[in-house]
Design a protein around this ligand. Structure first.
Ligand code: HEC
Ligand SMILES: [Cu+2]
Length: 509
């Protein structure tokens, strides 16, 4: 098969050569040579994942200094994907032409080279423009090879941590969940949460969940500011999952072939393997199934956590959600009395860092990952362009407003994957607040504003006593009013004069 492959490659090469000869005769032959100076600029879009510094260390992708003329998949210490390793074993050495084709589409390049329609690349990036490809290759060629630096440890952020699955009992035949009832949970769009029992019925169950990653265009505000969002199940925030302490969650994560990037899931409710991120990373076209036991009661963040800069990148593109693990006997106050809710609403707060052009206008991109270099620069300013509830400015106002009636108890679940926030219900309170999200700690009582730490979720229970339109917002009022972190709750019922009355309004008497 190896020789067949090489024959294919040489036929391919002669076709490419023929095309260039034709192109040459119409006068664009000079375009075949890249310009290293222009290529240095192009490399900015690679730099989010690759380094070319002297003694560079691997990032999301391998060090590229000296890549021209180097065997493919060979830079020391980098964990290459299976297909690139196969190409290495087959003797692939990067020359300019192969890099040219690789950059057009790493996946298609590997499929053609390995003659394997299932081959995959971990590199979620491509350049369509031929001149840019030639330029960046010329730039890479102009750099002398790197020695690497084995002394330097990799960043210890989520996905960079080498996760050793050899310690896992995945080979064991014992099924911890044998004999348990299995239920499949139907996920719903936020701000609603799945149907569930507040007090568990029967023994622990296996709760089956399916999340499908969707990379899609997403409008953030009324001005049409658009990003290519990364989502679980197409919503921002990702759907709420609900189970009880002691249940097992069996989560199927799918990354359809139409996506461009790798994804995974880190659930703060789970124990081990980076919250699941260590054993769920999947390329487009793959799925992974994670099962974990819900041992802690509370409401928790879950999010995508690929590698290095990709973690904040995915999180700030919408990949955050929440999972509520209720105590089996339901919620209790600080005295141990039962607490119940008539409704629950789920507010996901997200900060976005949409890059701007020279004129200060928001830039638009066509495909997932295309904004990577710009976005990383923009997010490093720690200055969000948008801070919104449920994915866009105004998602939970007007038609989207939350509803309740006087006398009803409403549980507000609030998640923020990245930044601190301070929910406040204008004209109401938090009667019972599990600020840190933990249901095993007693709730605080009668709060005006509560604090939800970035990287967590919190819960607040309030019984409405007056009708009206309430604003539920992040009480950094600049973030609420100027950037979007505000919602409405429309409450119907009888006004209570005893609680509040307009005694007089008019000219000064
Ligand atoms: C979003 C991250 C990302 C971006 C952006 C990116 N790459 Fe990559 N690149 C990777 C990953 C991950 C791999 C490893 C692929 C594998 O193992 O399948 C890789 C591998 C490569 C390889 C193979 C290296 C080797 O040692 O075999 C080359 C060449 C390469 N990238 C060039 C580029 C260039 C040039 C750019 C910019 C035009 C770029 N990449 C942009 C993530 C990225
Ligand atoms: Cu992701």
């Amino acid at each position: 098969m190896g020789t067949l492959r090489k024959n294919n490659m040489s036929i391919y090469k002669s076709i490419v050569a023929a095309i260039f000869m034709v192109a040459g005769s119409i006068g664009v032959a000079s375009a075949e040579e890249g310009d290293p100076v222009a290529g240095k600029k192009v490399f900015k879009s690679c730099a989010a994942c690759h380094s070319v510094a002297e003694n560079a260390k691997n990032g999301v992708g391998p060090v590229l200094r000296g890549v021209v003329g180097r065997p493919a998949g060979s830079f020391e210490g980098y964990k290459y994907g299976k297909s690139l390793k196969a190409a290495n074993a087959d003797g692939l050495v990067w020359d300019k032409e192969q890099l040219f084709n690789w950059l057009n589409s790493p996946k298609d390049f590997l499929r053609a080279y390995l003659d394997d329609p299932k081959a995959k690349s971990k590199m979620p990036f491509k350049i369509k423009d031929e001149q840019k490809r030639r330029d960046v290759i010329a730039y890479l060629e102009s750099l002398s090879p790197s020695q690497g630096d084995k002394a330097e440890a990799p960043d210890m952020t989520h996905g960079d941590t080498p996760f050793d699955t050899s310690q896992m009992g995945s080979g064991s035949n014992a099924d911890e969940t044998a004999g348990l009832e299995r239920v499949s949970q139907t996920l719903v769009n936020p701000p609603l949460i799945p149907q569930h029992d507040q007090i568990a019925k029967g023994g622990p169950k296996v709760v089956e969940i399916e999340l499908v990653v969707e990379e899609k265009k997403w409008v953030l505000d009324g001005d049409g500011t658009e990003i290519v969002a990364l989502t679980f199940n197409g919503s921002i925030p990702a759907p709420m999952i609900v189970a009880h302490e002691g249940d097992y969650i069996e989560l199927t994560l799918k990354n359809p072939d139409s996506n461009l990037m790798e994804h995974n899931i880190d659930l703060h409710a789970a124990t081990g393997a980076l919250g699941g991120a260590g054993i769920t990373t999947i390329a487009p076209g793959e799925q992974s199934v994670l099962r974990f036991k819900a041992t802690k009661a509370g409401v928790f963040l879950y999010h995508c956590a690929p590698e290095g800069s990709m973690t904040p990148y995915h999180v700030t593109h919408g990949m955050t959600g929440a999972i509520m693990i209720l105590p089996r006997e339901g919620l209790k106050d600080d005295q141990g009395n039962q607490l119940k809710y008539d409704r629950a609403y789920y507010i996901g707060e997200n900060d976005f860092y949409v890059p701007r052009d020279e004129e200060g206008n928001f830039k638009k991109y066509d495909a997932a990952g295309e904004d990577l270099a710009d976005w990383i620069e923009s997010m490093k300013t720690l200055t969000p362009s948008h801070i919104v509830f449920n994915g866009r400015v105004g998602a939970l106002t007007g038609e989207g407003a939350m509803k309740a009636n006087v006398g009803e108890s409403v549980l507000f679940l609030h998640v923020q994957g990245n930044r601190d926030t301070r929910p406040h219900l204008i004209g109401g309170h938090g009667d019972f607040v599990w600020e840190t999200g933990s249901f095993t700690s007693p709730p605080m009582k009668d709060l005006e504003t509560w604090f939800v730490r970035g990287g967590s979720a919190g819960a607040a229970l309030y019984t409405f006593r007056q009708p009206g339109v309430y604003a539920y917002l992040n009480h950094n009022l600049i973030e609420a009013v100027e950037l979007g972190a505000a919602a409405h709750v429309v409450v119907e019922g009888e006004w209570n004069d005893d609680l509040m009355k307009q005694v007089y309004i008019g000219p000064i008497k």
